[in-house]
Structure formats: structure tokens, C-alpha cells
Design a protein around this ligand. Structure first.
Ligand SMILES: Nc1nc2c(ncn2[C@@H]2O[C@H](COP(=O)(O)OP(=O)(O)O)[C@@H](O)[C@H]2O)c(=O)[nH]1
Ligand SMILES: [Mg+2]
Length: 347
């Protein structure tokens, strides 16, 4: 994807539940910003069967003003995170974002949020209330307190200052192949913890507490947050501790494989190692032969960066007696107990 092109499409998902007094102004503001800055924007609204006429307003605004809106009305109230995920599923943009419908998130920040991703300097932008230039207006003390506790609890999962933010943009690839659980309120935190990316940029903004309608955050959402945290803690432990440990164990197996051959066939230039069909996969930067430092590798698929010849055992690309020894060390890792197999190899 060429992110510098002005053809890049942005999909903005807005979840709604009883936002009849906010939604039209929000859509006007969003499309004003989009037109002014020549953004290619689609808005996806996912409404959970609001009973205050929100969805009718959306349909009217879409028809009368010709805005590019996909409007989805779900029969049951399945929750905020699930609404955003349903919106993402029908999105067609290369960059995806989400924001609240209650005018708490300023549409005029959409450009600051999307341009670093369009320029390719970051994969995620996060509207942040907790960095210089950011803040919150009119939040009751109790809400500030719970938000502070929730933010501290999220620290082991992500290093950003404002992990509770619901104003969020990212490149679609960040969540490719990632299993996001549609639970609770904090889908942004789920993406920060599980997504694949190198950089997150926090963009300061002032969160304006809604002046109309009621917050839908309650005890149910707080309990769901605790369950989500337990899941994300265990995900982070697996990703940050167990996987690297497992990788180093794999590495140690590579060393014992290497030592075995080195001991028996020291500096045997005439060694051929036949692969398993996946050259270069067994170690990060090359095959067994590269690791060994001498000999020739052979596999059905092409591999570069060391002495290698493409071929198969039914069509060996070498003449008779070209090698004094042939090994198949790349195949070992497919044997059930590869350490035992390695031990039992005799030359
Ligand atoms: N579709 C859908 N939207 C929801 C649901 N709960 C909240 N929202 C929307 O999510 C956004 C944030 O909700 P809000 O109650 O303002 O949460 P708060 O800002 O954390 O107090 C608003 O746009 C709501 O209309 C839900 O169950 N379903
Ligand atoms: Mg709100």
C-alpha cells in the first residue's frame, strides 16, 4: 500500500446508542473536516436499536446531505466493542478509526490523527487526554477516579499514556490475523495489546464530557473490563515471556544440531544438506548450512544468502559423487522427539 497517495481510504466507525441529539452535528462536523482536507472518508455507523430515533436521523442525514455513510442497525444491544468490530468488518478503508457519537471526541482532530498514518510515520494514532495539550472537561470526580485506576491497571499491557482512549486510528494491517474479542468498552486497548505494529503516536485532545444524553458506562462494563484485563495480561505474558523463551529453546536445539555435525564432519566443504521444503524458516536468518558456515544446501524452494542450490530428491541438481557426505538436518525438526533423533544419529 502506498500511503502517500491521496487515494487512501479512511473508514471511521461510530457506535451509537440513543444519540439523537448529537449524531447530526457530529456527522456535519466530520464531513466538513473531511471535505475541507480532501480526505477520502466513509463513515460506518453501528446502532444498537436506539429507541430515541437516532437511526431515523442517520438515514435522513445520509439521504438529504449525500454523505458517504454505511448505516447498520443491530436488533439487540450487543455492546460498544462489538459494535466497533462489526463496523470494522464491513469497512473498506486502508485506515480505520473509531470515535464516540456524543461529541466528546473533536472531529477537527481527525486530520492530526490520520496524517501521520497517511505519511507512514506510525501505524496507530491514539487521541490522548493525558499528554501535554490534552485534557478532560466536565468529568465528575468519580469518573476521573475510575478512569485513573483503569489506566493504571492497563499499564502492564501497553506503554501508552492514555490506554482508555476511545478515539483511535490504525492501518488495517495492524489487526490482520489478530483475534479481537468483542467485549466491553475498550477495543482500542485490545488492539494495542494484540495488534502488530512498531509505533503508536499519541495526539493530544480535550475530551468534552457529553452535554446531552447519558453515559452508557456502568457496572456491567466495569466487570467486562476486569475480564478483558485478565485475558490481556495472560496474552502479554505469553507474547513477551513464553514465546521468547520458546524461541531460545529452539535456538539451543539449532546449536546442538550444529555441534553434532561440526564434531563429526569438521570443515567438510563437500557436505550437502537436504531441506524439508521450507528453506530459511528454521532460523531467523538462514538455513542450517548458513549457520554451519560450510557445505551446500538444497531444497525445493528457492533460498538465498548462503551456498544453496534449488532442487528436489527426485531431481538432484548435482552429478554423482559430488559430495562426500549428505545430511538432512533441516528435516530433523519434523521428527516427534527431535532431540532424541539427533542424539541417535551416527555418521
Ligand atoms: N452500538 C452501541 N453503541 C454504544 C453502546 N454503548 C455505548 N455506545 C456508544 O459508544 C460511545 C461511548 O459511549 P458513552 O456512553 O458516551 O461512554 P463514555 O463516554 O465512556 O461515558 C457513544 O457513541 C455511545 O452512543 C452499545 O451498547 N452499542
Ligand atoms: Mg461519552
Amino acid at each position: 500500500m502506498n500511503l502517500s497517495s491521496d487515494k487512501i481510504k479512511i473508514s471511521l466507525v461510530i457506535p451509537t446508542l440513543n444519540e439523537s441529539n448529537n449524531i447530526e452535528k457530529l456527522l456535519d462536523d466530520v464531513f466538513f473536516v473531511s471535505k475541507k482536507n480532501k480526505l477520502k472518508l466513509e463513515v460506518i455507523i453501528v446502532d444498537d436499536n436506539s429507541n430515541d430515533g437516532t437511526f431515523d436521523i442517520i438515514k435522513r442525514v445520509k439521504k438529504d446531505k449525500g454523505y458517504d455513510i454505511k448505516a447498520i442497525c443491530r436488533r439487540e444491544k450487543k455492546g460498544l466493542a462489538s459494535a466497533i468490530l462489526d463496523g470494522i468488518n464491513v469497512s473498506t478503508g486502508d485506515i480505520i478509526g473509531f470515535m464516540d457519537a456524543d461529541l466528546s471526541h473533536p472531529p477537527e482532530k481527525i486530520l492530526d490523527m490520520t496524517s501521520p498514518i497517511l505519511k507512514g510515520t506510525t501505524e496507530i494514532t491514539l487521541g490522548s487526554r493525558l499528554i501535554k495539550g490534552g485534557g478532560v472537561t466536565n468529568w465528575p470526580e468519580k469518573r476521573r477516579f475510575t478512569s485513573r485506576i483503569a489506566t493504571i491497571l492497563a499499564k502492564p499491557v501497553t506503554k501508552v499514556y492514555d490506554p482508555m482512549s476511545g478515539f483511535f486510528f490504525f492501518r488495517k494491517e495492524v489487526i490482520d490475523g489478530v483475534r479481537l474479542i468483542p467485549r466491553g468498552y475498550k477495543i482500542g486497548l485490545e488492539i494495542l495489546a494484540k495488534g502488530s505494529y512498531n509505533n503508536v503516536l499519541e495526539v493530544p485532545y480535550i475530551f468534552k464530557n457529553r452535554s446531552d444524553g447519558k453515559s452508557k458506562l456502568g457496572m456491567k462494563q466495569n466487570i467486562e473490563y476486569i475480564i478483558q484485563l485478565i485475558d490481556l495480561y495472560s496474552f502479554t505474558i505469553r507474547k513477551k515471556i513464553f514465546l521468547p523463551l520458546f524461541d531460545s529453546l529452539r535456538e539451543s536445539y539449532h546449536y546442538s544440531r550444529y555441534n553434532k555435525v561440526k564434531r563429526v564432519l569438521p570443515f567438510n566443504e563437500e557436505l550437502l544438506d537436504i531441506g524439508c521444503g521450507k528453506p530459511c524458516n528454521s532460523m531467523e536468518d538462514g538455513s542450517f548450512i548458513k549457520f554451519l558456515g560450510y557445505g551446500t544446501g538444497m531444497d525445493i524452494k528457492k533460498c538465498t544468502g548462503f551456498n544453496f542450490k534449488q532442487g528436489s530428491i527426485t531431481d538432484i541438481p548435482f552429478g554423482a559423487n559430488s559430495f562426500s557426505a549428505v545430511t538432512a538436518m533441516e528435516v530433523l525438526e519434523h521428527v516427534e522427539d527431535r532431540n532424541l533423533a539427533l542424539k541417535n544419529i551416527t555418521f
